[in-house]
Ligand binder design. Structure first.
Ligand SMILES: Cc1cc2nc3c(=O)[nH]c(=O)nc-3n(C[C@H](O)[C@H](O)[C@H](O)COP(=O)(O)OP(=O)(O)OC[C@H]3O[C@@H](n4cnc5c(N)ncnc54)[C@H](O)[C@@H]3O)c2cc1C
Ligand SMILES: *[C@@H]1O[C@H](CO)[C@@H](O)[C@H](O)[C@H]1NC(C)=O
Ligand SMILES: *[C@@H]1O[C@H](CO)[C@@H](O)[C@H](O)[C@H]1NC(C)=O
Ligand SMILES: *[C@@H]1O[C@H](CO)[C@@H](O)[C@H](O)[C@H]1NC(C)=O
Ligand SMILES: *[C@@H]1O[C@H](CO)[C@@H](O)[C@H](O)[C@H]1NC(C)=O
Length: 494
C-alpha cells in the first residue's frame, strides 16, 4: 500500500512541467522548421570560431543535450550545439540567425527548450564558483541544481535553487525560482546580482550594464537572450531541518484544508512551511502534507501540531534531514515521463488561500477521476508567508504586486496521449484554473507563476501591468523575437 502510494506520488513530483504540441503550434514563431541543416552551413559555424561540440541526431550523446523532461515537449531537433564558452554561444546565435534556423536555448531541459531545428545546449557551461569575500556564487546556467548542491556540500552557504536536483539553473532562475528558502530570502531571481547575456545580435553583455536588461533577466530571462553566467547571492544554509511526507485519506480533507488555510493565514515564521498535495492513487484521492521546518522535531511538532495529531496517517516519513537530503527528498519518487506521456500544468496564484479555494481545486479534480484516460491528476498548494515575494516588486517583471501570495498548481498526466487528448487536457486545466479563480473571488486572484506555465497562456496573465515594460525591453534587445520559447512576450515581428 505504502509503496504503491509512494510510486503514485511520482505524479505530483514529476508533473511540474506541461506541454502540448498542438498548443505550442499556435504560439511559437516558426522559422525554418522543416528544411534540413546544410553541411555548408555547418562549415560556416566552424569558420566563425565555434569551439564546442556539434552533434547531429544520429550521433552518440545527442539525447544528453537535447532530451526534454516531459517527452511530449519533444520537437525532434536536428542539431545540438554544445558551447564551451560564452563566445561559442554568441557564434551559435549569430549563425542560427544568419541561416534563419529556429533555435532553443536549453539548460536543464525541464521545460520548453525545444526546437525542430537547433538546440543550443548550455550543459557544459557548468561552473560553480563561490567567492566568500563578495558573498556571491558564479553559476553556469547549464548546471542542474543537484550538481550545485553537491559542489557546495562542504560550505555553510547555498544558492536559492530548485527543489529537485534535476532542474536546470538556467530556466529555473530565468523564470523566478521557488526554492525551499523562499520564505527567508525571496525568489531565486531576487538573488541575481548580475548575469552575462548573449543577445540576439551576438553581443555578450553584463545585465548590470543596462537597467532594462537586468530587470527582464529577473523573471523573464528566457525571452531576452541566452544567459551564460549568473552571479547570485550566497545565503546561510539551514542547519536543522525537519521534513518528509505525511499522507492521509480524504476523510480528513475538511479538517486538513481548514488547518492549511489557518496556517497560511496566521503563520509568519519563515522557519515553518508546508506543501499540500491532493494526489490520485488508483482512482483514490490522497492528501499529501509535506512540512519543511527549519528546527528540530520538537519545534516542528509545536509549530504544526495538527499534522501529527490527525489520526491514522497512511504514511509518515518525517525526520531530521540535512540541507542536501532535503533537496533529494523528492528524487526517490521521480522518474522521467515516457515519450508518449502528456504532462501539463497550470498555476493559479491567490492572495488569500481559503478553504473554498482548496475545495474548488478538489471539486475540479474529482469528476475527472472517472475518466480512465488520465493516469494522474494532482493539485499542489504552496502556501507562503507574507512578504516572501516582496523584495521583487520593483526589481523584475514578476511578481508585480501584493505582499501575500499562494501558488496552486493543477496537473494532468496522461499516458499514451493522443493529440486530441492533449488539447482536451489543456482545456481541462484552463477550466480548472477558472473554477479556482472564481472560488477565490474578485481581488483575490493574482498573476500566474512563469515557472509553472501552461503553454499558450497569454503573457499578461503572468506579467500583468509589467508586460508593456517587458515588451519594450524585449523589442530593444530581441527585436526579431529570436528567443521565442516559453511564454510568448510578443507576437512574431519578423
Ligand atoms: C520535476 C520538476 C520540478 C520542478 N520544481 C520546481 C521548483 O521547485 N521551483 C520552481 O520554481 N520551479 C520548479 N520547476 C519548474 C522549473 O523551474 C522550470 O521548468 C524551469 O524552466 C526549468 O529550467 P531548466 O533549465 O531545467 O529548463 P529548460 O527546458 O532548459 O529551459 C526552460 C526555459 O528557459 C529557457 N532557458 C533555459 N536556459 C536558459 C538560459 N541560460 N538563458 C535563457 N533562457 C534559458 C528555455 O529556452 C526554456 O524556454 C520544476 C519543474 C519540474 C519538471
Ligand atoms: C550521455 O549520457 C549517458 C548516460 O548518462 C552517459 O553514459 C554518456 O557518456 C553520455 N554521453 C555523452 C557524449 O556525454
Ligand atoms: C490557527 O493557527 C494559529 C497559529 O498558527 C494557532 O494558534 C491556532 O490555534 C490555529 N487555529 C486553529 C483553529 O487551528
Ligand atoms: C533529530 O535531532 C534532534 C536534535 O535536533 C535529536 O534530539 C534527535 O534525536 C534527532 N532525531 C533523529 C531521528 O535523528
Ligand atoms: C546588439 O544589440 C544591442 C542591444 O540592442 C546594442 O546595444 C548593440 O550595439 C548591438 N551590437 C551590435 C554589434 O550591433
Amino acid at each position: 500500500m505504502t509503496a504503491r502510494l509512494l510510486l503514485l506520488l511520482i505524479v505530483w513530483l514529476n508533473a511540474q512541467a506541461g506541454f502540448c504540441i498542438s498548443i505550442v503550434e499556435q504560439n511559437l514563431v516558426r522559422r525554418q522548421s522543416s528544411g534540413g541543416i546544410s553541411s555548408s552551413s555547418l562549415q560556416v559555424l566552424q569558420e566563425n570560431g565555434f569551439t564546442g561540440q556539434v552533434l547531429t541526431s544520429s550521433m552518440a550523446g545527442f539525447s544528453n543535450f537535447t532530451q526534454a523532461w516531459a517527452m511530449n515537449y519533444n520537437e525532434s531537433p536536428q542539431l545540438a550545439l554544445v558551447p564551451l564558452t560564452s563566445n561559442d554561444v554568441s557564434v551559435a546565435v549569430k549563425w542560427a540567425n544568419s541561416f534563419d534556423y529556429d533555435f532553443a536555448v536549453r539548460s536543464g531541459g525541464a521545460a520548453a527548450s525545444q526546437s525542430p531545428m537547433v538546440i543550443i545546449a548550455l550543459s557544459l557551461l557548468n561552473t560553480v564558483d563561490y567567492i566568500p569575500s563578495e558573498g556571491v556564487i558564479h553559476l553556469g546556467p547549464g548546471n542542474v541544481w543537484g550538481d550545485v548542491y553537491d559542489a557546495m556540500a562542504d560550505l555553510d552557504v547555498t544558492a536559492l535553487g530548485g527543489r529537485l536536483p534535476l532542474i536546470g539553473v538556467g530556466g529555473f532562475t530565468a523564470g523566478g525560482g521557488i526554492s525551499y528558502l523562499l520564505n527567508h530570502y525571496g525568489l531565486a531571481s531576487d538573488s541575481v546580482i548580475d548575469a552575462e547575456v548573449v543577445l540576439a545580435n551576438g553581443s555578450i553583455v553584463w545585465a548590470s550594464s543596462n537597467a532594462n536588461l537586468l530587470y527582464a533577466v529577473r523573471g523573464a530571462g528566457f525571452t531576452i537572450g541566452a544567459i551564460t553566467e549568473y552571479v547570485v547571492k550566497a545565503y546561510p544554509k539551514p542547519t536543522e531541518i525537519y521534513s518528509g511526507f505525511v499522507l492521509f485519506n480524504m476523510d480528513n480533507f475538511d479538517e486538513i484544508s481548514a488547518f492549511v488555510a489557518n496556517t497560511t493565514a496566521t503563520n509568519t515564521d519563515p522557519n515553518v512551511a508546508l506543501l499540500m498535495g491532493v494526489v490520485l492513487s488508483q482512482g483514490v484521492q490522497t492528501i499529501l502534507i509535506f512540512p519543511i521546518v527549519y528546527g528540530d522535531e520538537a519545534f516542528a511538532k509545536q509549530s504544526l501540531p495538527w499534522i501529527w495529531e490527525l489520526p491514522d496517517p497512511l504514511l509518515d516519513s518525517t525526520t531530521n534531514v540535512t540541507w542536501e537530503t532535503l533537496q533529494n527528498l523528492q528524487l526517490d519518487f521521480v522518474s522521467h515521463p515516457l515519450p508518449t506521456d502528456d504532462y501539463q500544468q497550470h498555476s493559479i496564484v491567490v492572495r488569500s488561500l481559503t478553504t473554498s479555494v482548496i475545495q474548488a481545486a478538489v471539486d475540479w479534480q474529482t469528476p475527472l477521476l472517472s475518466d480512465p484516460r488520465w493516469a494522474g491528476l494532482q493539485i499542489l498548494i504552496e502556501p507562503f508567508i507574507p512578504n516572501s515575494f516582496s523584495s521583487h516588486f520593483t526589481t523584475g517583471p514578476w511578481p508585480h504586486s501584493y505582499p501575500t501570495m499562494h501558488v496552486i498548481q493543477l496537473f494532468i498526466q496522461e499516458a499514451d496521449a493522443a493529440p486530441a487528448d492533449s488539447l482536451e487536457n489543456f482545456n481541462q486545466l484552463v477550466t480548472g484554473a477558472g473554477l479556482v479563480e472564481a472560488a477565490a473571488g474578485t481581488g483575490n486572484v493574482l498573476q500566474r507563476y512563469p515557472n509553472y506555465y501552461l503553454q499558450g497562456t497569454p503573457a499578461d496573465q503572468f506579467y500583468g501591468p509589467n508586460l508593456p515594460q517587458l515588451q519594450v525591453v524585449k523589442r530593444e534587445f530581441d527585436p526579431n523575437n529570436r528567443f521565442n520559447k516559453g511564454i510568448a512576450i510578443v507576437n512574431s515581428t519578423s
